[in-house]
Design a protein around this ligand. Structure first.
Ligand code: NAD
Length: 459
């Protein structure tokens, strides 16, 4: 487990060890022993599977591509987590992302454990035929450890519904006659995917922000005024005024979070900047997000990078360097690209007072501490970006029942689940001195500990 996740899990365990109302049957030495056993369980994955996928390229060359599947913990249900195709994938990163999935599912009470997969490659370097082969080989090599009741992969960076369809088809042919629809989620709708899945993470990211800064705040404003908490003061400052947002990453998560903000009718949000792997686009009056989405859908996901492309997109914007999105003077910064984007060397340039983690682990441990000490509200990944796994769970259920919900039904269920989590977490957050990430971890660790204790796993 990466140091930040491991450290916060350990702090959560330390706080719970001292709280005698939590697992009150555990006392004295037995209690200490159980918590040591918990720390060991949560800080290490159950299994790390590694293979080298043997691929014959179209030019006749044969390559061996490193691939991983990490299964962190399955106390709550089958392992669940995306498969990433990216050149920076490595074992430690996949293991850390798998641990985050365990915590995320526990926090939102989704009956899955935590897993993650990765293939060390840049998908842009391969033809469609080669990508298809890579997907088939991934399933082939890991077919013994994945499956609808064992470990259910989904898309992540560099993969999408096309890859999940290919993978499910391979799983089906390896296991003829066995249930297969629930083996992968994030599939296309014609192949048993759920309506609403593609937009679920971005939708959830924006909903988390909106609920926290408006809906919950408006309901609780009288109570909040009585609370002497630095984060409550920051949040109250946003109650009656428009918000400016910048969004790093304009893929599946970032573009939809930006669109939700753009389309939100009853609030005056302005998305003044978006960015991707090439560029930041900025306009002080707000960007035309639907036009940018239309442009990226026709240009391999990339935003316009020069005046000619901006005019093709019919969008007015200033073109800035890719990193500039992080340093703009805005209220809210949504991070929806990759991990470790805000770190020790750039944290002092951050001006936003609220940071929402659409990506997994985009703020390093040192930067998180620095910003939290400054009173910046950081809405952590395990709270904000769970929309994808929540709707993946609905997809898995629909596949089992072979009954499919409408998009409206899916969205309603998604927001109800995320609201339920926030109604538990936010009063604690605004009422005590811990940052939001710590609150979320404590809640997730409590859930996991209780289940592991009742399953007789703590000794
Ligand atoms: P994606 O591949 O669709 O989009 C990634 C975006 O980030 C692209 O716009 C890309 O150009 C941009 N990008 C890449 N490198 C960048 C850089 N150095 N600086 C700025 N932008 C950069 O991926 P996604 O599915 O949107 O996932 C984004 C993040 O959200 C990842 O961390 C992923 O793990 C996390 N996440 C995704 C989901 C999901 O359902 N897709 C769910 C939970 C978490």
């Amino acid at each position: 487990m990466a140091s930040q996740t491991g450290e916060i899990v350990q702090h959560s365990l330390d706080a719970l060890l001292e709280d005698s109302s939590f697992l009150p049957d555990l006392k004295d030495q037995t209690r200490k022993q159980a918590f040591t056993s918990l720390a060991a369980l949560l800080s290490t994955p159950n299994q790390i599977h590694k293979s080298f996928l043997r691929i014959a390229l179209e030019n006749g060359r044969v390559v061996r591509i490193p691939a991983f599947r990490v299964q962190h913990n399955n106390a709550l249900g089958p392992y669940k987590g995306g498969i990433r195709f990216h050149e920076s994938v490595n074992e430690e990163e996949v293991a850390n992302l798998a641990a985050l999935m365990t915590l995320k599912n526990a926090l939102h009470e989704v009956p899955f454990g935590g897993g993650k997969g990765g293939v060390v490659m840049n998908p842009r370097d391969y033809s469609v035929k080669e990508l298809h082969l890579i997907c088939e080989k991934y399933v082939h090599y890991f077919s013994d450890v994945i499956g609808p009741d064992k470990d259910i992969p989904a898309p992540d960076v560099g993969t999408g519904d096309r890859e999940m369809d290919w993978m499910m088809a391979e799983y089906k042919s390896i296991r003829p006659g066995m249930p297969y629809r629930g083996s992968f989620t994030g599939k296309s709708v014609v192949n048993g995917g759920s309506l609403g899945r593609r937009k679920a993470t971005g939708k959830g990211v924006y909903f988390t922000l909106r609920y926290m800064l408006y809906d919950f705040l408006n309901e609780q404003k009288n109570w909040l005024r009585t609370v002497d908490n630095v984060f409550a003061k920051t949040a109250l400052g946003y109650r009656n005024r428009p918000l400016t947002l910048s969004v790093q990453g304009f893929g599946n998560v970032g573009s939809i979070a930006a669109l939700e903000a753009f389309e939100c009718k009853h609030l005056n949000n302005k998305v003044v900047a978006v960015s991707d792997r090439n560029v930041t686009l900025y306009h002080e009056d707000g960007l035309d997000i639907p036009a940018l989405i239309q442009y990226t859908s026709k240009n391999q996901g990339d935003l316009p990078v020069d005046e000619k492309q901006l005019s093709e997109a019919n969008v007015k914007a200033q073109i800035l360097d890719r990193e500039q999105v992080l340093y703009l003077d805005v209220d809210v910064l949504v991070l929806a690209a990759l991990e470790d984007q805000i770190h020790q060397d750039n944290v002092d340039k951050i001006k936003a007072n609220v940071i929402v983690e659409g990506a997994n682990a985009p703020v390093t441990g040192e930067a998180d501490k620095y910003l939290s000490d400054r009173g910046v509200i950081i809405v952590p990944d395990i709270l904000a970006n769970a929309g994808g796994v929540i709707v993946s769970y609905f997809e898995w259920l629909q596949g089992r029942e072979t009954q499919f919900y409408t998009e409206e039904e899916v969205n309603k269920l998604l927001l109800k689940k995320m609201k339920g989590t926030m109604d538990t977490i936010l009063p604690q957050f605004f009422g005590d001195p811990f940052p939001l990430r710590q609150n979320c971890y404590i809640h997730a660790v409590m859930k996991l500990s209780t289940i592991l204790y009742r399953q007789g796993k703590l000794y």
